[in-house]
Design a protein around this ligand. Sequence first.
Ligand SMILES: C=CC1=C(C)c2cc3[nH]c(cc4nc(cc5[nH]c(cc1n2)c(C)c5CCC(=O)O)C(CCC(=O)O)=C4C)c(C)c3C=C
Ligand SMILES: [Fe+2]
Ligand SMILES: [Fe+2]
Length: 346
Amino acid sequence: MKGILLVNLGSPESTKPKDVKKYLDEFLMDPRVIDVPRWARILLVRGIILNTRPKQSAKAYAKIWWDEGSPLIVLSERLQKKVQEKVTIPVGLAMRYGSMTLKKGLQELVDQGVTEVKTIPLYPQFAMATTETIDVKVDELVAAHFPQLKITRTPAFYKREDYINVLSKSIAESLEGLDYEHLLFSYHGVPERHIRKSDITNGNCKMNGKCCFKMGSPQHEFCYKHQCEITTVNVAKKLGLKRGTYSTTFQSRLGFDPWLQPYTDRTVERMGKAGVKKLAVVTPAFVSDCLETLEEIAMEAEEIFHEVGGEQFTTIPCLNDRDDFAQVLANMIEEWRIVTIETAIA
Ligand SMILES: C=CC1=C(C)c2cc3[nH]c(cc4nc(cc5[nH]c(cc1n2)c(C)c5CCC(=O)O)C(CCC(=O)O)=C4C)c(C)c3C=C
Ligand SMILES: [Fe+2]
Ligand SMILES: [Fe+2]
């Protein structure tokens, strides 16, 4: 029997600094997130970051936490339920970090009689720190604990027409009747080094703003920057946005290395200073609202904008458990089910 495992990032168990520290330790010690030699990662993460960040992040989490728990987890669970209602095979949910482990997620499917699993990372764009780390961890778990289990990976879905339609519709709904001057597409950033490492053509991506807009290049299957830029282009096309009324930025940088630019916080500040009064922000790298959207954008970025003279700041919700987004995932599942049936018949 076939089954599905939806996978998201995960959150701390609670907003207590000790739980945030445990979560950040697992997350940041992942070599696909902080991609330096292990000794350097230990020094950086356990020697420096974890001494101060957990307290600071715990305060931020406390501002966005819900009675039911982490918004990211609660929203992922609601999405899983909706997807399950639309398909006939079991749909599980796991997190890459934290207590809802991939191992538990796979085990729950196996316990229901599943022998073939399609993993669906809940990230529209591929990144080494998201999709790749899930794929690699699943392979490790299968080799160690589920040798009979057949796994099918799911490529990033940023250019699927149904996804772009739903993302565009959600933006249009949020902006309906709203007067705004500029729409910012703010994606989670990654260090530029990650883009170079994922470049299967060895150095084709120059990150100079031109190569990532070209179509049909093999490296783009793994180029996070390309996939973010093209998500913006496709949505802008779908919504008929005029040039100059929208732009792409990258948020949440950590550390001192160069990350993808332009940075969201600096852009928001620059726009406010340049006289933009009404700004809207959408965050398409996140499927579920989380710390990075509810706090970093809807609170911090909004505050920056107001401080420099901005008047109206609108944060557009993520796709979360929208019915039409659950349908996009159900479409992906159904396509896989049908292709595998057809292959078996042939
Ligand atoms: C598109 C998705 C994400 C990418 C790419 C990504 C890369 C990345 N993140 C960090 C460091 C942190 N991220 C944190 C929170 C966080 N990150 C994502 C998604 C991506 N990260 C989400 C959905 C969240 C929110 C989780 C939640 O519980 O709500 C954090 C923790 C919070 C904080 O202390 O600021 C850190 C740290 C790196 C280093 C990185 C790429 C290398
Ligand atoms: Fe992150
Ligand atoms: Fe590029």
